[in-house]
Design a protein around this ligand. Sequence first.
Ligand SMILES: Nc1ncnc2c1ncn2[C@@H]1O[C@H](COP(=O)(O)OP(=O)(O)OP(=O)(O)O)[C@@H](O)[C@H]1O
Ligand SMILES: [Mg+2]
Length: 294
Amino acid sequence: MLPPRDWADVCDTTEVTQTIAALSLKGGVGKTSVVLGLAGSAAANGLRVLVVDLDPQANATSSLDPTRTPYTTSDVLFDGRTGVAADAVVPSGWDAKVHVLPSERALEHRAESNGPDSALRLRRTLSGVSDDYDLVLIDCPPSLGELTRNALYAATDALIVTEPSFFAIQGAEQALESVSIVANNGNPLLRPLGIVANRVRPTLSEHAYRMDELRAAFGDLVLGGLPDRAAVQLAQGACVPVQRWTSNGAGDINVAFDRLLTSIVPASAAMNATISLTSPTPRPSLATTLRESL
Ligand SMILES: Nc1ncnc2c1ncn2[C@@H]1O[C@H](COP(=O)(O)OP(=O)(O)OP(=O)(O)O)[C@@H](O)[C@H]1O
Ligand SMILES: [Mg+2]
């Protein structure tokens, strides 16, 4: 992978908002659910959040339920001008604190590389826009292709989502390799935040076995597990944050999302998620209390 040529042009600020890309090679493991769960948790903790929907399936957009979507990530990436994403960002139907850069099916047309700086388009178009938020969350499509590359060049952190299955290690390895390539070829801000396993059922010995396997392979990079709870699907279908869903299951998953947020967004408690490039905010250990959920 060739490094983009004009990184310096789009990396000229001294402070950037923490920007987390949720990615996985495999589909259906919970990237969108993790982005939505973290967005709801962050908003409930007083943070201003921007969700960037970079998946042509537009699942995050649907669940965030914006009242209007005059422009989408497809239009923004096509235009490519610095800061132009501001024209497409709209309030979500959730909460005044959560905004969305919506997606649409036509985003598939941007899934091919288009010139040497193709992977920098999202980064450039978000320039200045992210400054209005405490946290930016990017929902990636289920591939490690051009759209996910755009997410990784725009991000400060990569959160790898997986499930407790036979394929989890292989999928996480491939995702980590993509993160490492981008971090070493033009995005010095990018770091692997960790690996989160979704839809974990602790009573299943198979899941406990796969979690142990993940920890043996990736150590402290494994952030822990999010429980399998119907409330996740129900809240998404009702277009509300799962934090507003009332059931025992919702309580469990919300505790897990709060723990995940606290462990990966250190400034969430202080309501300040900006990172100084000159003096980086220290991060707590990646070994977190999330493990308690198993
Ligand atoms: N912790 C959970 N408990 C119960 N259901 C879940 C959980 N996480 C995700 N789901 C459900 O699993 C399905 C797939 O989740 P999701 O859409 O978040 O995956 P994805 O990785 O974003 O998929 P894609 O790769 O297609 O974008 C959805 O119906 C979602 O509601
Ligand atoms: Mg998704």
